[in-house]
Design a protein around this ligand. Sequence first.
Ligand SMILES: [Zn+2]
Length: 177
Amino acid sequence: MEFDFESEQSIDFQSDLFFMSQALREAGRAYEVGEVPIGAVIVRDGQVIARAWNQVETLKDATAHAEMLALTSAQTAYGDWRLEGATLYVTKEPCPMCAGAIVHCRPDRVVYGAMDPKGGAAGGWINLLQSNPPLNHRCEITMGVMEDECVGILKSFFREAREKKARLKDERGPEEF
Ligand SMILES: [Zn+2]
């Protein structure tokens, strides 16, 4: 289901829904260029101060996850590596690398859409953001915001990728195998 702001009468520009829809917009950019569609925004005082989408293929960099790029950009906007008072919105649960980076950068909150029980590090598989014994920073976590949309864009991306692969196989014909 599309989140339609045009027909929405009372848009709460401070709400998790609003900022997650901004993160989804970033995920859409990733989708358009053939990247796994994950997007992130970082918000402080009700303002988006950083936005990024997954660019692993574009940059040929396995660390170029949306969260990593958004954190770097937010630190530039802050003029500091301490992102106190900030909230990170991301369409999919952060992986261990990103969760580790989040702990270092110390935003107050992390909000995500799709849970990742196989590799998520914000409660899905493990929880580095609220570990026990704790790391040097703990984040508040809100999960499942616009979950259907966040899962949906990933599912359609991978479905399309599978179909494309199957088509290529058909075009080459069985004699080549
Ligand atoms: Zn990551």
